[in-house]
Ligand binder design. Structure first.
Ligand code: CAA
Length: 247
């Protein structure tokens, strides 16, 4: 298979790590984009290397800041050449009931989880179209599809991710560039483990499969969408949620 250059944002988080691993397994060169305040980069690289995942290029920046995204993609391209596969994975939560939500919690989630798609995709999409091949994979959430109490900010951003995906898919369909979303359910990552245990248990009880997703079950879907044979799949939202919700 053809080796492509993949850039993954939020690469060193729970989901991002699994996405990087699955893309490496699929034979791609992976650029791991991480937030500059993440201070475990060296440890992450060590653990990845010990597990057999080597040769990452790392770029640091805040996906909510346009200038950081311009710089990260420039650094990635200087090291590896043009980005063929972009995985917009970086995301945060600031869960609060709407009655108690402050504007800063709203802005942080919208900027990091949604505006970041503009900031990152803008750097790569036109050149993917010029080259006639590209994959843009956006991580949404089951809670962007169904809505979740305590997450008006996050549900709005993740629903926005799906709208962005469909609109850009239509714009790029004739150019060999596919744009798809993955809407994971509750995955066994730090983000989900931060939910109060009694609330989390109720959530798991409500999942027909009665468990959380393994991060690699989402990572694998990224590798699937990045594959040449996924070239006819565009504008789709892949729901991977153990049966929690489907349309
Ligand atoms: N639906 C409707 N109302 C609910 C509710 C629900 N599911 N859960 C709680 N409430 C109500 C309670 O009944 C209570 O109402 P009263 O005040 O009238 O009694 C009120 O909300 C409690 O509000 P508080 O602000 O006092 O609650 P809190 O501070 O203890 O917790 C919360 C608020 C942090 C949002 C908490 O409910 C929570 O963590 N909920 C889970 C949210 C969630 O699923 N987050 C997913 C994070 S992981 C992720 O996002 C990844 C992904 O993509 C899936």
């Amino acid at each position: 298979m053809t080796q492509r250059v993949a850039l993954v944002t939020g690469a060193m988080g729970g989901l991002g790590t699994a996405i990087c691993q699955e893309l490496v397994k699929a034979g791609h060169k992976v650029v791991a984009a991480y937030h500059p305040e993440f201070d475990n980069k060296d440890q992450w690289l060590k653990e990845m290397s010990a597990a057999g995942y080597k040769d990452f290029v790392c770029v640091a920046g805040d996906v909510s800041a346009l200038a950081d995204c311009q710089r990260m993609v420039a650094e990635a391209e200087a090291a590896c050449g043009p980005v063929d596969i972009l995985v917009n994975n970086a995301g945060i939560t600031r869960d609060r009931m709407f009655a108690k939500m402050e504007k800063d919690g709203w802005d942080a989630v919208i900027n990091t989880n949604l505006t970041s798609l503009f900031n990152m995709t803008k750097q790569v999409s036109a050149r993917m179209a010029e080259r006639g091949w590209g994959r843009i994979i956006n991580i949404s959430s089951v809670n962007g599809v169904k809505g979740q109490a305590g997450q008006t900010n996050y549900s709005a951003a993740k629903a926005g991710v799906i709208g962005f995906t469909k609109a850009l898919a239509a714009e790029l369909a004739a150019k060999g560039v596919t744009v798809n979303a993955i809407a994971p359910g509750y995955v066994a990552t730090k983000m989900v483990m931060a939910i109060k245990p009694e609330i989390l248990q109720t959530i798991i009880d409500g999942v027909p499969m009665k468990r959380l997703a393994k991060p690699e079950e989402i990572g694998f879907a990224c590798a699937f969408l990045a594959n040449d044979l996924s070239g006819f799949t565009t504008g789709a939202t892949l729901n991977i949620n153990g049966g929690l919700y489907y349309q």
